[in-house]
Design a protein around this ligand. Structure first.
Ligand code: ADP
Ligand code: ADP
Length: 222
């Protein structure tokens, strides 16, 4: 079944920039899709539309795989942690915004931190963590609401190769257990091929899909 689909979507920003033109893209439930292409080709715009952070100018979206506002999580390149707050409080944030106390959220937070191998760092501050660990906190914060759909916008783009490859294999392992629907934006074609069922190649000017490449390697990969 389809999780998210864009049908003949155009996106023209208020300043007249044509970011997407005639984009048709259907993501199946449990599918891991990567979006690759040069800077400015519209990858982030696709994610923003999927997340409901922007509306299409023409065309329409279907989101049968998104059940509610907690069912989708967005991870950015910048981990965007609150620097004044501990790991625990950072991961609590999405639940806090829904009115759930720290005490009541504790088991969910602990489970999310365990997934990203950050148990024991609950009381650390972001400044005490490496780039890869900050990204793990950011992923834990995304997973704490137990979403079915993960939108990731170059989540490992700022990391060194070692951290990146470690996070890639951990992400794949988690996907094998949870089977989220993932749309993953990256500049790194190796990462896209390693992680995905399908690589969607976008071109610059004006935000079109050039090719969709199925990756014919069955899971598990190792
Ligand atoms: P990518 O993620 O592939 O780098 P984006 O989706 O961010 O591409 O951007 C696509 C195009 O839309 C670019 O030309 C970009 O400058 C432009 N753009 C993105 N966001 C906005 C915005 N809020 N207002 C105007 N133009 C934007
Ligand atoms: P990202 O894709 O990294 O999340 P944005 O979508 O905010 O970042 O911006 C992508 C590109 O669009 C950047 O090149 C940025 O300069 C440009 N951009 C963002 N907002 C606007 C805007 N309001 N007007 C014009 N260009 C914008």
């Amino acid at each position: 079944p389809t999780a998210i689909a864009l049908h003949q979507v155009n996106k023209i920003y208020a300043n007249g920039t044509v970011a997407l033109q005639g984009v048709d893209l259907a993501v199946r439930q449990g599918e891991f899709v990567s979006l690759v292409g040069p800077s400015g080709c519209g990858k982030s715009t696709v994610l923003k539309l999927m997340a409901g952070l922007a509306a299409p100018s023409n065309g329409y979206l279907e989101t049968p795989g998104i059940a509610g506002d907690r069912d989708l999580a967005y991870v950015f390149q910048d981990a965007a942690l609150m620097p004044w707050a501990t790991v625990l409080d950072n991961v609590h944030l999405p639940l806090k915004l829904k009115g759930q106390s720290l005490r009541g959220s504790r088991s969910h937070i602990q489970a999310a931190l365990n997934l990203v191998a950050l148990q024991g760092f609950e009381h650390s501050y972001p400044r005490e963590l490496s780039g890869g660990m900050k990204m793990r906190v950011s992923i834990a914060r995304a997973l704490v609401t137990n979403p079915h759909v993960l939108l990731m916008d170059e989540p490992f783009g700022a990391l060194d190769e070692m951290s990146r490859s470690r996070l890639n294999s951990d992400l794949l392992q988690l996907w094998e257990e949870y089977h989220w629907t993932v749309v993953f934006v990256t500049h790194n074609i190796y990462e896209a091929v390693y992680l995905s069922h399908r690589v969607v190649v976008m071109g610059s000017q004006p935000g079109r899909i050039l090719a969709e490449v199925p990756i014919d390697v069955p899971y598990p990969r190792d």
